[in-house]
Design a protein around this ligand. Structure first.
Ligand code: TRP
Length: 431
């Protein structure tokens, strides 16, 4: 991934399956400085859990092992609104199909909080409140919505904004960076959330035309009086002075020797600050905003994974069982599905030996790369042997079946041992 060096990259990172991020450096800095950070993601309880879903949980696990506290949203309001699944059905699916697999996939029940959107009022409240910071034009630009769009599709993203931002509230862990690992299809929601969060900020930290960084105020309905703007349009100079000395006090915690406070111009310049100080300064300003009564929301970080192709060569989908492997499939049906999988081989043995196969589109190979084979050098070996025709398509499928069987047997064993932990994962408001 661009611009970051990962500690202990997982097979998903090493193989470019997790391929992009926003502000991941903020999370890595927190880890390196032994500061707290959180991880939040969400899953819609809309059907059976399959291998595609398990990748998000793998990402979460990776961050958990790095020290992040973990929150997982069961997007039951979203699946009710967009998939017609009742809240009680959604609960049943979430517990039996999803949470029952979490421990087996490596999540630590003591360090993981699973909650239901329908039961966490602060999520709904924030979604509603922050709706003020966007409008239908933005929804049209981000999601392509138009006049005929069902409003459930407007409400669900706002609830998701609440999901993503609420771990920063005092009740749910306080101000700290939050990373959201997701499939790349979720990026629009992150763009929306990041835009909304930064619009609420009272203080902006920007590059300065000279050396250093510049802090400016963002005067809004919520803070205008506090920031010294009187209803008659005049400035309350003593209020302004107080706010600026507060900024200086906050910044001096960071050890800068020179801080130029210019209440008249409405800015503060820190000449010695560089780009890499930006997020520390930002955190200080969010802290200060909170002291003054603002929300103090930091834009979330995020990481994105590619989707694995469906077994048939089409998209993976819970509603099309032939396209994927469910975590509750038995070995027999897994074997059958892989035998029928889309192949990158040639149609005859003679041609295959001569021309070689294409692992890039061969689903059996792809599934080993995404899910079942953790050894990079072995993977590279079968990749080249497939390309040069030494491994036949049927043989590649058999290799995949063997690995899948091993993986699934291990998973089932771990799940049987840990299934009783389901309630341990649930947050107090969602038991
Ligand atoms: N919208 C997501 C999906 O379609 C689910 C979701 C809800 C989510 N809230 C979230 C994902 C918060 C990440 C973060 O699967």
């Amino acid at each position: 991934m661009a611009n970051v060096t990962l500690p202990n990259p997982s097979h998903l990172h090493r193989r470019g399956i997790i391929f992009a991020h926003r502000d991941l450096d903020v999370i890595l800095d927190a880890k390196n400085n032994v500061k707290p950070f959180g991880v939040l993601t969400g899953l819609m309880p809309s059907g059976r859990m399959h291998l595609g879903h398990s990748m998000v949980i793998e990402q979460v696990k990776w961050f958990q092992e790095m020290g992040g506290d973990v929150t997982i949203a069961v997007a039951d309001l979203e699946s009710q609104a967009t998939r017609g699944i009742s809240l009680s059905k959604g609960r049943e699916i979430a517990l039996q199909e999803y949470v029952a697999n979490y421990a087996a996939l490596g999540l630590d029940p003591d360090k993981t909080n699973v909650y239901f959107q329908s039961r966490r009022s602060v999520v709904q409240r924030m979604g509603f409140q922050l709706g003020k910071r966007t409008n239908l034009n933005e929804f049209e630009a981000i999601y392509g919505f138009g006049g005929e769009t069902n409003l459930a599709h407007v409400q669900a993203p706002l609830v998701q904004v609440g999901d993503i931002l609420h771990p920063q509230t005092e009740e749910f862990g306080g101000l700290r960076p939050i990373v959201v690992p997701v499939g790349v299809d979720q990026d629009p929601h992150l763009r929306l959330t990041r835009g909304i969060a930064s619009k609420t900020n009272w203080f902006n930290v920007n590059d300065y035309s000279g050396p250093g960084l510049l802090i400016t105020l963002s005067v809004q309905d919520e803070n205008s009086v506090l920031l010294g703007q009187q209803p008659n349009g005049r400035l309350d100079k003593s209020k302004v002075a107080e706010v600026f000395s507060g900024i200086v006090r906050k910044l001096s915690d960071l050890g800068f020797s020179d801080i130029n406070s210019n209440p008249k111009q409405g800015n503060v310049v820190i000449p010695a600050a560089t780009k890499k100080d930006k997020s520390r300064i930002k955190m200080k300003m969010l802290e200060y905003e909170r002291e003054l009564g603002g929300m103090g929301l930091l834009s979330p970080s995020s990481t994105y994974q590619h989707f694995a192709v469906g077994l048939t060569g089409d998209k993976m989908s819970s509603s099309k069982p032939k396209t994927t492997i469910f975590l509750s499939d038995d070995i027999d049906s897994i074997t059958k599905k892989i035998r029928k999988a889309y192949s990158g081989g040639q149609s005859t043995v003679e041609e295959h030996r001569r021309l070689g196969g294409n692992p890039d589109i061969d689903v059996a190979y792809q599934y080993m790369m995404y899910f079942f084979e953790k050894d990079d050098s072995y993977l590279a070996e079968i990749n080249s042997n497939y390309r040069n025709g030494k491994i036949l398509a049927g043989e590649m499928k058999q290799l995949c079946i063997d690995k899948a069987t091993e993986w699934m047997n291990g998973h089932v064993e771990r799940r049987n041992q840990s299934e009783h932990l389901v309630t341990e994962f649930l947050a107090a408001d969602s038991i």
